[in-house]
Design a binder for this molecule. Structure first.
Ligand SMILES: C[S@@+](CC[C@H](N)C(=O)[O-])C[C@H]1O[C@@H](n2cnc3c(N)ncnc32)[C@H](O)[C@@H]1O
Length: 237
């Protein structure tokens, strides 16, 4: 782990927590819609608790203000009766915001739900403990390329998945290398002065696929839509 790198990103996103989180949520909406559709098509068991007695678990790595998991709960509130949803992030202000919005969401839903089934924690992916629980699904929305040691991050994600579990990476197209271009020029101008590109990994889709396969993931497949790429990978059953 590169401490300087992790501290720089934690500071950057703590600042963003105050002013950019809602913009980010809007910008990431196509990815959230993709995730909800993917869950409906491939994991109705998790959404509707079809296995009596089983508690499913989902981890959102680099959850920011928590809007991905919150959208899932809003759409399928009863998921909280049979699943544990956890978001982790290294920016304390993002986690503070996610916890506040969670309070508002539970009030809005006006149903008696298991509050602890949705949790947001200040936690670095690279310090995810081995003794922590296993997850059925791990998702990373615009976050994996900020992790200083991506190889270690991917190994930890692989380790923490249940056998047969799914890992989903959702990245904006501009944040991945296409041909020789490092970053979409328009996006680079937008981000100039905000993000230090020194603390970023720019990989192409093929490099993501190779890394996932080298980590031990199987059936790596890619889908594209509305400015995003979605990379879905499986852990062997
Ligand atoms: C561009 S934001 C995306 C946030 C959220 N997924 C969303 O879509 O709004 C990237 C997030 O990754 C988090 N992050 C970066 N490195 C991390 C690490 N090593 N462990 C956990 N979170 C990390 C940042 O703090 C930041 O909140």
């Amino acid at each position: 782990m590169d401490d300087e790198w992790e501290v720089a990103n934690s500071r950057l996103f703590s600042r963003w927590g105050e002013k950019r989180v809602h913009d980010m949520a809007r910008r990431h909406e196509p990815a959230i819609i993709f995730f909800l559709d993917h869950m409906r098509e491939t994991h109705p068991d998790i959404l509707h608790g079809k296995h009596e007695g089983k508690t499913f678990s989902i981890l959102d790595v680099g959850c920011g203000g928590g809007h991905l998991l919150m959208a899932l709960v809003k759409k399928h509130p009863s998921i909280l009766n049979h699943a544990r949803l956890t978001g982790i992030d290294i920016a304390p202000s993002m986690i503070g915001m996610a916890q506040r919005v969670k309070g508002e969401l539970f009030k809005e839903l006006e149903v008696s739900l298991n509050q602890d089934a949705l949790a947001f924690k200040y936690q670095n992916l690279l310090e995810l403990k081995r003794e922590e629980c296993q997850y059925d699904i791990i998702v990373s929305l615009e976050s994996i390329y900020y992790v200083s040691d991506m190889d270690q991050g991917l190994s930890l994600i692989h380790e923490r998945l249940e056998d047969g579990g799914t890992f989903i990476i959702m990245n904006e197209d501009g944040m991945m290398k296409t041909g020789n271009k490092m970053l979409d020029q328009k996006r680079l101008i937008e981000l100039k002065g905000e993000i230090d590109v020194k603390y970023f990994h720019f990989l192409s889709l093929q490099q993501y696929k190779n890394k996932l396969q080298e980590t031990g993931f199987q059936d790596v497949c890619v889908k594209a839509g509305k400015g995003f790429h979605f990379i879905i990978a499986k852990k062997e059953s």
